[in-house]
Design a protein around this ligand. Sequence first.
Ligand code: DQA
Length: 150
Amino acid sequence: MKRPNILALHGPNLNLLGTREPEHYGQQTLDDINAMLAAEAERLDCDLATFQSNHEGELVERIHAAREEGVDGIIINPAAYTHTSVALRDALLGCGIPFVEVHLSNIHRRESFRQRSLLADAALGVVAGLGAASYRLALIGLVEHLRAAR
Ligand code: DQA
């Protein structure tokens, strides 16, 4: 059986993790999170690529490329675009790749504008509020889903 091919996408300002509002986002850098995801992907026997951008269009184009590459599933922390981006929603739905939405913080106990996600109802699942573990749990859930669906 082919190894699941997973893409982890990180939206704007997540390159600042480690120094950015640690009370919300913790002390780990994006490199730390990507290294943790790579180790988890190895354990789960799947392939993993990661990509971060501060630009909405670059994230849209990375999702389009994922379809061409035969990516099986996406985990995405859309960051601020969670709350604003019809374009990211349309890209994910248009490419038809199952995805899990991830947040480091619990967006539901923050400002009201963060409590609305334009992606969540189209996601396979949402993991929020568990810090870096949100990403790891999203990867585990996505891979289990893909294996069960085969
Ligand atoms: C975030 C929550 C968003 O509201 C915020 O804009 C982010 C990070 C999180 O991981 O908790 O940049 O997606």
